[in-house]
Design a protein around this ligand. Structure first.
Ligand code: SAM
Length: 233
């Protein structure tokens, strides 16, 4: 299957195992992952955020209830909210989630903004778990015609496994998380060890889990509303 499908399937498998009730997808783009997650009955609140509000609006019809859902009372449980906003800015409405997903988003940020992203996600939103995916630059030599440069012209960087690991471990130390490294998109046989996965993925868990220490109560008690609500379903 296509790589973007594999990334989304990775998230769906995680949701099946961990049963988060409140999930937010950062950089939700064309609402593609959200349109799959809405069928997971364990989810009660599903939120999408993207800096490109026009793109979200253009595709959010994918999340409109389908007629049979009106007949199935169990779907009454699901609430969907879509916001225009930047992951470099805090918004009180995104605190206290069970799962934050950030699929192929961070490489679109400058390194200074990645620092803000880390603060916002792990220091302010403090989700129970977070899934962060980004290209693995060590895989790039396997793409024909990509001898130098990035996979997409809007990418500000592409990290090796060591670079991703170093960012992730710093985040863990600073904000009280642990991380497991994984990925999707395997290299041809024999080369997997050497180049790693096409997309590298970090799965973060807050230390202490659901009841773990969270900065929710102590600091930042002022409410901040920096995102614009585009739609609520
Ligand atoms: N997550 C999507 C998926 O799995 O289908 C793909 C993400 S796309 C490659 C990157 C997205 O990040 C774009 O929709 C872009 O508008 C968004 N983006 C870039 N900078 C952002 C920021 N600072 N805050 C929120 N979204 C941002």
């Amino acid at each position: 299957p296509a790589l973007h499908r594999q990334r989304h399937q990775f998230v769906i498998d995680f949701v099946s195992r961990n049963k988060p009730r409140k999930v937010v997808d950062l950089g939700c783009s064309e609402c593609s992952l959200l349109s799959k997650l809405r069928f997971r009955r364990e989810i009660e609140l599903l939120v999408g955020v993207d800096i490109n509000g026009a793109k979200v609006k253009k595709h959010m019809h994918r999340l409109a209830p389908i007629s049979t859902e009106y007949l199935q009372p169990s779907f009454d449980q699901l609430h969907i909210e879509l916001y225009q906003g930047s992951v470099t800015q805090k918004d009180t409405r995104l605190r206290g989630f069970d799962l934050v997903t950030s699929i192929e988003l961070i490489e679109h940020l400058t390194l200074a903004d990645v620092e803000c992203f880390s603060e916002v996600v792990f220091g302010y939103m403090t989700p129970v778990a977070a899934i962060v995916s980004t290209p693995n630059s060590e895989f790039n030599p396997l793409f024909p015609g990509l001898a130098s440069g990035f996979r997409h012209r809007d990418h500000k960087f592409e990290w090796t496994r060591a670079e991703f690991r170093s960012w992730a471990l710093k985040v863990c130390l600073k904000f009280g998380y642990e991380v497991e490294f994984s990925g999707v998109g395997e290299a041809p046989s024999g080369q997997q060890e050497q180049v790693g996965f096409c997309s590298q993925i970090g799965v973060f868990h807050r230390l202490g889990g659901r009841d773990g220490f969270s900065m929710l109560l102590d600091e930042d008690s002022e409410d901040v509303f920096s995102y614009t609500l585009l739609h609520s379903i």
